[in-house]
Design a protein around this ligand. Sequence first.
Ligand SMILES: [Cu+2]
Length: 149
Amino acid sequence: MSSRALPVPIASACPSTPPHHAPPQPEDLRAMKKIVVPFLLSSLLLAGWALAAPAARKAAPAEQRVSIEMTSKGFVPDTVLARVGQPLVLAVTRRTERTCATEIVIKEMKIHEPLPLGRTVEIRLTPSKRGALRFTCAMGMIAGVILVR
Ligand SMILES: [Cu+2]
């Protein structure tokens, strides 16, 4: 029905910069820099993101497992290194009767787990921020720390 041709503005919409006309005036150069520099920067950022993204996804977390024994000396080891976003499994075994640590508590993660003598208890958590997460006995006297990077 329509006899009007669709507008085809491709050629006319292109900004016409005369390439061989006259040497660009300083003001033109400044204007070009204003446009070109941010464009180049954003292109670089995009390229960097495209390159980095798959690597970041690949590095994403396999579970980290750490065995901890509760002995008469306390938690052994009492320092655990962990990473933000990486699932962590603490396999905790109480080896002594002579302790009040019949329970392990990680207050910040709302974790309270009984530690039956000689039986390994798995505690799963995924740290969500950097810093130190304390794990303690029920009364907070025997303690260890998860250092999250
Ligand atoms: Cu205690």
